[in-house]
Design a protein around this ligand. Structure first.
Ligand code: NAP
Length: 584
């Protein structure tokens, strides 16, 4: 990871010389990326490359790191006041007439909180995107509140964060951290990082690492204890803030950001399933969120338009739903749209797919497209996957939902019936998982696949042998794939709805009967599903929740949940029910 094509300059301030790199057009808004500990500006390489097409991107090595010189003496040379001087000097050099959009990770975020909350930078910061680095003032108040007014929950939070902060105590010890970094820790760090983060990206040349890390220990020693003991009472952000919280951060608890709105009234929250070093592991997502936030702030808006319950998680993500022209697929596309996701609505019916895309835009999707594809057609799916990757990007969430119903005894089901139902219900899911799952895995930045199975996957019946077999296969496929992709940060969920009031009852085929009887049965089942009246919107809610919680198998409706329990604990009872005559 290097900053290819960057222009370099040096900025002198307060006795140090800072190495500053610039990418992109200086006439565009300036986005300034501040790195953390123990990193140098190169940690931002992947994000910077993605932002450079839209913005003037500026990065600098924090004093004592990378190619910037270190203050002498070190003690007292890394105070937040001096770091603020550095920021202002760089901002004045690269963007003298326009405020900059700050982005900070880890200690870069800790110091950027200082820049965004002190008076002397007012008017110099247009927005601030913070990740994995709290304000020391807010953290100080957070601790005080929990110590002075303890409740079991607050004490638990305090102990939880205390345990995650073990390294902060170590960094306060004299000499030891320096010795460790210049010795085995420095050598092993890339390997440790790769293991910690479990994704590629940990390995890049870090020639200055031992020195950076040794210098950076003063960031902690010069600031943490003093500021946590006496946090400022007026540490209010004077610019809009976007908070990106990786939910798997081993160093910081998400609870630290409870009530952050008190300090940052113009706050947009984002969450993502990732560990601490998101600039390396999730550059696409960060670049998308930074771009959206900077663009909306420049346009005079301060918070995201999306209002859905999971807007913090799915805003700006690319979600593809098959069978999106009707029922559960359409409701799922709408729920993601409401959460601010970019939606690709796929259906074999062009008109209904187009309608879903159009309504998704009205509901809140920043972008939505319709694609007409039969999911059972392998070549058409291959073309779709190529087109989506080339024009919209790698899908973050894939929902393989398209499916058809088929009812009738095994002996009345022809080979062609079997082929039809398996082609759509199973092969459609296989094509989706194979093509889009491969793209997700190759990108190496995680993702999620949802496959719509059915409660029929685990409930035997004498009337749905082909349909149930197809859904049982989807359930097992999902479990196997979940095991395979877990190491790459890709979750897989099988959704198992019970009776949902959709159009499937009117389009499902009935074997072994003539056309008139088939129509009668379709009408009757539509009536029965109508009486049950469980709306597809509730299944959509379960889909979004399942992705957020990375659930493996999700039965939806009481009958689906009850059936799942019976299949585990009383399978003989289920077999007896399966033998009963159907009501149709
Ligand atoms: P729906 O209202 O009929 O919606 C299914 C959509 O998928 C329709 O727009 C359909 O288009 C489309 N589709 C069908 N075959 C396709 C193909 N080969 N390629 C692309 N699109 C195709 O049914 P739904 O109830 O929402 O069903 C969605 C999923 O949930 C299915 O997998 C179904 O098996 C499953 N499910 C449903 C229930 C339930 O009670 N409704 C219960 C459990 C599981 P056409 O209208 O042109 O066919």
């Amino acid at each position: 990871m290097t900053l290819e094509g960057a222009r370099e300059r040096w900025v002198r301030t307060g006795g140090v010389e800072l190495c500053v790199a610039e990418l992109g057009d200086p006439a565009q808004p300036t986005v300034m990326l501040v790195h953390g500990y123990p990193d140098s500006k190169e940690v931002w390489s992947e994000v910077a490359a993605r932002l450079a097409g839209h913005f003037h991107v500026v990065l600098y090595d924090v004093r004592g790191h990378g190619r910037s010189s270190a203050p002498q003496p070190l003690r007292g040379g890394f105070t937040l006041e001096k770091l603020t001087d550095d920021f202002l000097a760089v901002a004045d050099a690269v963007s003298p007439d326009r405020p900059v959009h700050l982005v900070g990770h880890d200690w870069g975020s800790v110091q950027a909180w200082e820049f965004t909350t002190v008076k002397r930078t007012e008017g110099r910061i247009a927005s601030f995107t913070s990740m994995s680095g709290p304000s020391l003032d807010h953290f100080g108040h957070w601790i005080k509140k929990r110590v002075s007014r303890p409740t079991p929950r607050r004490v638990g939070q305090l102990l939880g964060q205390g345990a995650k902060s073990w390294y902060v105590y170590l960094l306060h010890t004299p000499v030891l951290p320096e010795l460790a970094w210049r010795g085995p820790l420095g050598k092993q760090w890339p390997k440790i990082l790769r293991r910690l983060e479990k994704v590629p990206g940990g390995d890049y040349p870090t020639p200055s690492l031992p020195t950076d890390a040794a210098h950076g220990a003063w960031l902690y020693r010069d600031n943490v204890r003093a500021r946590l003991r006496r946090p400022r009472a007026d540490a209010y952000a004077h610019a809009p803030v976007q908070l990106i919280t990786p939910l798997g951060d081993v160093f910081l608890s998400e609870k630290l950001y409870d009530e952050l709105e008190l300090w940052a009234p113009q706050l947009t929250r984002r969450t993502l399933p990732a560990k601490h070093w998101v600039p390396r592991t999730r550059p696409d997502q960060l670049a998308a969120w930074i771009t959206e936030f900077v663009t909306t702030t420049e346009g005079g808006r301060t918070t995201s338009a999306a209002t859905g319950p999971y807007a913090d998680r799915f805003g700006g993500q690319l979600v593809l739903v098959t069978g999106a022209g009707s029922g559960i697929g359409r409701a799922t596309a709408f729920a993601f749209a409401e959460a601010g996701a970019r939606v690709v609505a796929v259906d074999r019916d062009a008109e209904s797919a187009a309608r879903t895309a159009e309504l998704s835009r009205l509901i809140g999707a920043p972008q939505a497209w319709a694609e007409t594809v039969d999911v059972s057609d392998e070549q058409a799916m291959e073309k779709l996957a190529e087109k989506v990757a080339a024009e919209y990007g790698v899908v973050d969430v894939l929902v393989n939902n398209a499916g058809i119903g088929l009812s009738g005894s095994f002996l009345d089901t022809t080979s062609e019936d079997w082929r039809n139902v398996l082609d759509v219900n199973l092969w459609g899911v296989i094509h989706g998982c194979r093509l889009f799952g491969k793209q997700m895995a190759e990108r190496g930045q995680g993702g999620h696949i949802v496959n719509t199975a059915s409660a029929a996957a685990y409930l035997p019946s004498r009337t749905l042998p082909a349909y149930s077999t197809s859904k049982a296969a989807v359930l097992m496929l999902s479990e196997c794939l979940r095991a395979e992709l877990a190491g790459q940060g890709i979750g897989v969920t099988a959704i198992c709805p019970g009776f949902i009031n959709t159009n499937i009852t009117s389009t499902a085929r009935f074997t072994g009967v003539d056309a008139v009887e088939e129509k009668r049965r379709q009408k009757k089942s539509a009536r029965l599903y109508g009486l049950r009246n469980y709306p597809p919107e509730k299944v959509a809610e379960a889909v979004l929740r399942a992705v957020v919680r990375n659930q493996a198998v999700v039965p939806v409706t009481a009958e689906a949940r009850g059936g799942r329990l019976m299949s585990r604990f009383t399978p003989r009872a289920l077999r007896a029910i399966a033998r009963m005559e159907p009501p149709l």
